[in-house]
Design a protein around this ligand. Sequence first.
Ligand SMILES: [Zn+2]
Length: 423
Amino acid sequence: MGTDPPARPLTVTAAVLDGESVGLRCEDGLIAAIGPEVAPLPGDETIDAGGAPLAPALVNGHTHAAMTLFRGFGGDLPLMRWLREVVWPVEAKLEAEDVYWGTRLACLEMIRTGTARFWDMYWQPQATARAVADAGLRATIGGPLFDAEGRTEEMRASALHDLEALAACGPAIDLALAPHSIYMVSEGLLRWTAEQATERGVAIQIHLSETEHEVGDCLAAHGVRPAAYLDRLGLLGERTVLAHGVWLDEAELALVAERGSTLVTNPVANLKLAVGGVFPYPAARAAGAAVGLGTDGAGSNDSLDLFADLKTFALIQRHAAGDPTVLPATEAWSIATGGRAPLLGGGQGSLSPGAPADFLLLRGESPELGLGELASDLVYSASGSVVDTTVVGGRMLMRGGVVEDAAEIVARAAERARRLGIG
Ligand SMILES: [Zn+2]
């Protein structure tokens, strides 16, 4: 497979968009034309959509993809016991091939459930990048930075090494620096991350304000709340993605919006880890902050089917606001496709000429898709199983629900998980 543009242009005919039958032609990985008159040119690969609904692909703004290997392993433990007794001992044994096959498994699930692009933070990021490229997806990738044990110099060197290696991984991979969080990374290393990211023009991914505990500790240690602390260190910028943000207050949201940083909410992981709060979406929207949606790792969700997060996001926002009108389905769908967070990439949820050719054909005959508003069905009644065809960069990764090599990927990932002592 791989991520070079496909050799032949791809044209989809008889797809349905906004109630109208349209064709869509892809060339060099981009949408070349879309509309009722668009037809294949000689030599094109073609798909007759047969009246299937056409939709933009989803963007998963926060993952630890290879953690698919940890599924069902210690998931009922409290967070710190799960990390200390389950995750960290296994991670100490991780080899590049474990990360590669764990990520291939994640990509398989994402292809099946309509995600074209994701933002990842995990060990051995070159192995992640190789898996993403082989799967045909796109990702922004950073190896996690931790120096709670005083390994600052080692972390700086490995971050620079990772950036160099990732830069050689092809056009489907974008680079990030990924300091884990303000509680696992020293002030010095956070400052250094901000400087390096600016100098090199790469993105920053960090967990922020996932728990109330983190806010209390930050106030005690630094005298300010987490977003203000990050800003003081130069980490809030237009290329920064903040995962979680459950406990951000209005002043912090205003600051995040002013700096142009992107918030990614992970509602299912927040519920599973019982963080005790709900991402303040209405306040984030009122502040004008960019917002995307993510699953977080399969160790704390455990699904990578972003449709599940989409439904949970919409429901929990309505519930928390005590107002069923707080988040219209079209807006929730737009967030899941990157439409409210330009940094997250993709076509920002739009299917128009010049945008990346990342799109889905849905199963028109799905019982979950009714005759009412499609966005409402996609948010409230669909799961990823309504996706029939996934195209990324003009390349067909799934057709009729079938992904090439799926059986081998599942088997190889299971082998790697067994090697690590899981299961
Ligand atoms: Zn995470």
